[in-house]
Every structure is written in structure tokens, then in C-alpha cells.
Design a protein around this ligand. Structure first.
Ligand code: ADP
Ligand code: MG
Ligand code: ZN
Length: 633
């Protein structure tokens, strides 16, 4: 993505102020004659010795010029204050004396007359000095402090002068390299947007029968699914100006700034119509008003910004050719007013890709990478359910870096596999050394998961088991390969998931007769599933097909910490706990029996896992099926 074209005037007050200051200081030093300041007594003495040619009087000081030839008399003595430029010797016979207040002028004048001193009054011109010290300097200092603070807050000096301007970046079509070809796996969203672009190009065609062009399109989807990418592609494909900005750019700490920016944005957009305005991360300004902030108040700024946005969206006519696009990860927090007809009336869901989509996305990102011929993107796609486009892009990139580091000519399957593990589990930490006993326990624990997964009909097959510590806290891992993406799960499948999660703990118990802390996360997850089965899916015989809790709270209570009481009584709560425990207990009993029965396989597989650190593929399947013979080893 090439940089945006920004139009702004570079004008900085501070430079002008500094220049003025430097000039006036130089002026006062350079142009002022070099003088010696003498005491009043010496001044009088000089007058009486007839050495003074002429004086000018102001009400504060006397400035005198010596007669030619009288110079030495006025030479500075120790204690005199000599005012010269940069310490040069005073060469001009000029001196000044501070007048003593209260001394009668008439005596002084008589004295001057008597010694034929030419004298004149002078009104000191202090205009420039007063201006400098009274106005320019203090203002300069204040401006300096202000700029400093603005910079600390986050804007540069230019920004301080353009506070209410919108920060939208206008993209020039020639600079945009993104096209729909760069977006894969989100075909439905893409089709919707293609249509929107067509609205902009041929409004007449759609209005022929009286239809109304949509004003706003909201892209909704998890992070990393390609919403921003889609918007850029639209900008690249539509032949119109594209204003791109993020919701957070409206939000400032000063009330009213956001609203001013919204106003400015829409003014610019109307001038440039037909055009597209894209507001990324809309939730930054579009949160439910008055609710999410709780009862503390103080959300005036965001509320004003949102109100302004709503008003602007109402205020223009989409037939003029301005379409507002926005994206959010969290549609549920958006203010209902934003979503109603006439505003963001089109909502486009950008979903996480399915297996075919993932393969297509991998292919898009593999275009710029040298892949070895045996790399099978289909297999990789199958290994990465639940991953969004951003994760997949990351995997390709990681693999390319890994392969390059190893000095390979092309990215091989092994690099990609390692990259997946990295993205899933954080970086490998081979440096962390487990004690022998710990490795023993982890190996049996992981084989326990794998053994249960292989033995149960509904569980996903096991793809890989490892005891290489990864990321934070994970000592080992068992990777299962789902055969397909799942949207619906049956009771049997959920129970088998719980069983697989409990397999680790059961293995530890059967082998060592005691259990470690390593199963904590497994227990958390299995309890969660069991609880959902009882409370949300109505899968408990005793409580029947009902749901308990977890429903939507009243909007105005959301996030405030209030209104989260249970909507069922003590007895029901106890029944829920009992049922959850019953499910876990029943399944755990089954798993422990299975583990006892297959203890031989467990021991053998765990021993080999300890040796190899990682087991996968046919070897793993053979070990778990118990079909390994001594000869095959
Ligand atoms: P979102 O805005 O939805 O959080 P982005 O659009 O910022 O996600 O996606 C981040 C990056 O992930 C993109 O720049 C792109 O490289 C990659 N990506 C995400 N989705 C896709 C996709 N559907 N096709 C191709 N690349 C994608
Ligand atoms: Mg984004
Ligand atoms: Zn485990």
C-alpha cells in the first residue's frame, strides 16, 4: 500500500516568533551606541570641568556626549557598568547617568547653562521594547509551552493548528495496488461490495424503478478476516476517491473535536462526490450511547461525535454518490441507531474462511514465495481450521523466513508445518529444559489425550503429539485434525471432546497413581463444555431442554457491573452444578477404564514420545492402535 496524499499547509507560528525575538535582541545590542554608565556625582564633576558637550534628558536618565578631547576623563573606572556589545571596548564618548529622583531640575539646568552644555529633553521611545518584553516574549513562551503539551498529547505543531480538521487520507487510485484478486475466501462479502461499487458507477440504472441506493455498508467480522483489505480493494477497483480513516482518529480528549472532524470529513466528501468514505474500527466511536460507559458519565465527547455522524448520515442524499463504508469486530457494541435503515443499512459479514477459503488465501499469499513442488496447500488448509486470513498470511511469511534461515532454495512442507505450530503455540522453546520426571509425566499426559481421541468414535483424529514446550505454560500438545469445519455438534461429539480433554489426567492417574498441575487447562475447558451442555444446549436429562443464564442483559445495564444476578434460584443453581459434575464424573470414569485397559499401549507410546519429542503420521497411528511389533521399530 502506497502512502496517502495529504493536503496540509505547513505554517508554524513558533518559527515566526523565534525570528522576531532574535532580531529585536540583535537590534537593541547592535544599534545602541556603546556607553559607559557613570554615577551622578561624576557626571556633575564632568559638567563642572567643562568636558560635556551636550546632554539629553529623560525622566529616568541623562545621556551625555563628551567634548572632543575629553575622552580620558570618561574612561571607565572600576565599578562602572560598561554596556557594550559582546564586551568590546567603549570607543564612543557617550555616557549615561541614572537620575536621582527628587533632585530639582532647575538647579541642574542652571548648572548646565553655566557650563554651556547644550541640553534637550527627550521622550524615550520604548514602544519596541515594551512590545517585545510586554507582549511578544510572554506570548512566545506561552505558545512554546502549549506546543510542547500538544506534542506530548500526540499531535505535532501542525496538528495543533488543524484540530477540527478530519484526518482522513484520500487515496489516489493510481497509488492503490490492492484489488479484489488479493482477497480470497470471502466470496459473499466480495460480491456484495462489487455491487456497491456498481451503485456508485451507475446510480441511474438502480434508481430507474424507484429504488434507493444504500447509504452505508458495514463490514462485520472477527479480527484479521480481511475487512480492511476488502475496503482497500474496493478503493482500488472503484474509480472514485476514497477517504480512509479509523474511528479512533475522531476521538480526542477535547469535547467537540470529534464532531468537528466528522463535519469536516463529510464536507470534503460532498465536494469530491462520487466517492467512498471508509471508517475502520467504527466501534471506537459507535459504541452504545449512555450505556457502555457505565454511570460515571464523562463520555460527552464520544457521544457528540456519534451524534454528529448520525446527523451527517441523515443529512445527505446517497444519489449524490457518497457511500459510507465502515468495519467493526464488535457489532454487538454498536449503537442501535447506527444500524437502522438509512444509515448502515447493509451489513456484510466477513466470516472466517472455510477449508476451501483457507486454501485460496494461502495461495494468494504464496504467490510471492518460492514453494517446493511437493507443498500441498490443501493439507495446510486442513490443518488450520479457525484461522483467519491474517494468521494464514503470517504462516506463509514465517515459513519463508524459516526456510531462508536454513539456507533452502524453496519453502518446504516441513517449514510450513513448523510455521503453523509457531503461529498456534507461540515460538518453540527448546531451550527450556524439563526434568526427566517432568518429561515422563508430560509424555504420558499427551499420549493419554491422543489415545482417547483415537479410541472414541466422535473425536477428531490425532495428527501430532509433541512434548516440546511452547509459548507460555504449555509443556506439550496434542494436535487433532478435524475432518471438516463444524457448525453443529451433537451431544455425543461434545462428550467425546470432554473425554479427550480428560485423557491427560486419566493417564497420569493410571500410570503414577497421582496427578500433577499440568491438567489445569484441560479441566477448565472440559468443565466449560459440560456447563454449556447443561445451561445452554439443554442436554441434561434432569434439567431438560431449557437454557439458564447468559442471556442478553438490558442495554443500559451492559458492562456496568449491575444486573448480572442469576435469573434462577438456589435450587436450580445447585441442580446445574450437580448435573455438570455428573457429566464430568461419568465421562471421567469411562476414560479411566479405557486408560487402564490400554495401559500397555500408553506406556509404549509414551516411551517413544520421550525419545523423539514429536510423534506424527503413520507411526503415531500405529503406536496408538497397538499394532507396533518389535521388528517394525
Ligand atoms: P481486519 O481488518 O478484518 O482485521 P485485515 O484486512 O487488516 O483484517 O487483514 C490483515 C491481513 O491479513 C491482510 O493485510 C492480508 O494480508 C491478510 N488477509 C486477511 N484476510 C484475507 C483474505 N480474505 N484474503 C487474503 N488475505 C487476507
Ligand atoms: Mg482492520
Ligand atoms: Zn492436557
Amino acid at each position: 500500500m502506497k502512502g496517502p496524499i495529504r493536503q496540509k499547509t505547513q505554517f508554524s507560528l513558533i518559527y515566526v516568533l523565534i525570528a522576531a525575538l532574535v532580531l529585536s535582541v540583535l537590534q537593541s545590542w547592535l544599534l545602541a551606541p556603546q556607553t559607559v554608565e557613570v554615577p551622578m556625582s561624576r557626571f556633575l564633576a564632568l559638567v563642572r570641568e567643562d568636558k560635556v558637550e551636550r546632554v539629553s534628558l529623560t525622566d529616568k536618565e541623562i545621556r551625555g556626549t563628551l567634548r572632543p578631547g575629553a575622552l580620558p576623563a570618561a574612561a571607565p573606572r572600576p565599578g562602572d557598568r560598561v554596556r557594550t556589545f559582546l564586551g568590546a571596548e567603549p570607543t564612543v564618548a557617550i555616557f549615561t547617568t541614572t537620575r536621582i529622583s527628587g533632585v530639582d531640575d532647575s538647579t541642574l539646568l542652571k548648572e548646565l547653562e553655566a557650563h554651556k552644555v547644550e541640553f534637550s529633553g527627550r521622550i524615550e521611545n520604548t514602544f519596541w521594547r515594551d512590545l517585545l518584553f510586554g507582549w511578544i516574549l510572554p506570548l512566545g513562551i506561552m505558545a512554546g509551552i502549549w506546543m510542547f503539551l500538544m506534542r506530548r498529547i500526540g499531535g505535532g505543531p501542525t496538528q495543533a493548528l488543524s484540530f477540527g480538521r478530519s484526518k482522513a487520507k484520500i487515496f489516489d487510485r493510481k497509488e492503490l495496488k490492492t484489488s479484489f484478486a488479493d482477497v480470497a475466501g470471502v466470496d459473499e462479502a466480495r460480491a456484495e461490495l462489487v455491487e456497491v461499487v456498481d451503485f456508485l458507477r451507475h446510480p441511474k440504472k438502480y434508481q430507474r424503478l424507484g429504488g434507493r441506493i444504500p447509504k452505508g455498508v458495514l463490514l462485520v467480522g472477527s479480527p484479521g478476516t480481511g475487512k480492511t483489505l476488502l475496503a482497500r480493494a474496493v478503493a482500488g477497483e472503484a474509480d472514485v476517491p476514497f477517504f480512509f480513516l479509523s474511528g479512533s482518529e475522531f476521538v480526542e480528549m477535547f469535547v467537540g473535536v470529534g464532531a468537528a472532524r466528522v463535519r469536516d470529513l463529510f464536507e470534503q466528501a460532498k465536494e469530491k462526490a462520487p466517492c467512498i468514505v471508509f471508517i475502520d474500527e467504527l466501534d471506537a466511536i459507535g459504541k452504545t450511547r449512555g450505556g457502555a460507559g457505565g454511570f460515571v458519565g464523562g463520555h460527552d465527547e464520544r457521544e457528540q461525535t456519534l451524534n454528529q455522524l448520525l446527523a451527517e448520515m441523515d443529512g445527505f442524499d446517497s444519489s449524490k454518490g457518497v457511500i459510507i463504508m465502515a468495519a467493526t469486530n464488535r457489532p454487538e457494541v454498536l449503537d442501535a441507531a447506527l444500524l437502522r435503515a438509512g444509515r448502515f443499512d447493509r451489513q456484510v459479514v466477513v466470516d472466517k474462511p472455510d477449508v476451501r477459503g483457507r486454501e485460496a488465501i494461502l495461495a494468494v499469499h504464496a504467490r510471492n514465495v518460492t514453494l517446493a513442488p511437493q507443498v500441498d496447500l490443501h493439507v495446510l488448509a486442513a490443518r488450520t481450521p479457525g484461522m483467519a486470513g491474517a494468521d494464514l498470511a503470517n504462516i506463509i511469511n514465517e515459513a519463508a523466513l524459516l526456510a531462508a534461515r536454513k539456507g533452502k532454495e524453496a519453502v518446504e512442507m516441513a517449514d510450513l508445518e513448523e510455521a503453523i505450530d509457531r503461529v498456534i503455540g507461540g515460538l518453540e522453546r527448546k531451550s527450556r529444559v524439563l526434568s526427566v520426571k517432568e518429561r515422563d509425566i508430560v509424555a504420558h499426559h499427551e499420549i493419554g489425550h491422543a489415545l482417547v481421541a483415537t479410541s472414541l468414535p466422535h473425536a477428531d483424529p490425532v495428527h501430532k503429539v509433541t512434548i516440546i514446550p511452547r509459548g507460555v505454560g504449555a509443556l506439550g500438545a496434542t494436535y487433532q485434525l478435524p475432518l471438516e469445519d463444524r457448525y453443529l455438534l451433537t451431544r455425543g461429539e461434545l462428550e467425546d471432546r470432554i473425554a479427550v480433554l480428560l485423557g491427560g489426567r486419566a493417564a497420569e492417574e493410571v500410570v503414577y497413581g497421582e496427578i500433577s498441575t499440568g491438567a489445569h487447562n484441560d479441566l477448565e475447558r472440559s468443565t466449560e463444555i459440560a456447563r454449556l451442555m447443561v445451561m445452554q444446549y439443554g442436554m441434561s436429562d434432569k434439567l431438560g431442554p431449557m437454557t439458564f443464564g447468559g442471556g442478553q442483559q438490558a442495554l443500559f445495564l451492559k458492562g456496568s457491573g449491575f444486573g448480572q444476578e442469576r435469573e434462577y434460584g438456589e435450587d436450580t443453581a445447585r441442580a446445574i452444578d450437580d448435573e455438570t459434575r455428573a457429566i464430568i464424573d461419568r465421562i471421567y470414569g469411562r476414560v479411566r477404564d479405557l486408560m487402564t485397559a490400554k495401559k500397555g499401549i500408553l506406556m509404549e507410546a509414551a516411551a517413544e514420545l520421550k525419545l523423539n519429542e514429536t510423534l506424527e503420521g503413520d507411526r503415531l497411528r500405529a503406536l496408538l492402535a497397538g499394532t507396533v511389533t518389535e521388528g517394525a521399530r
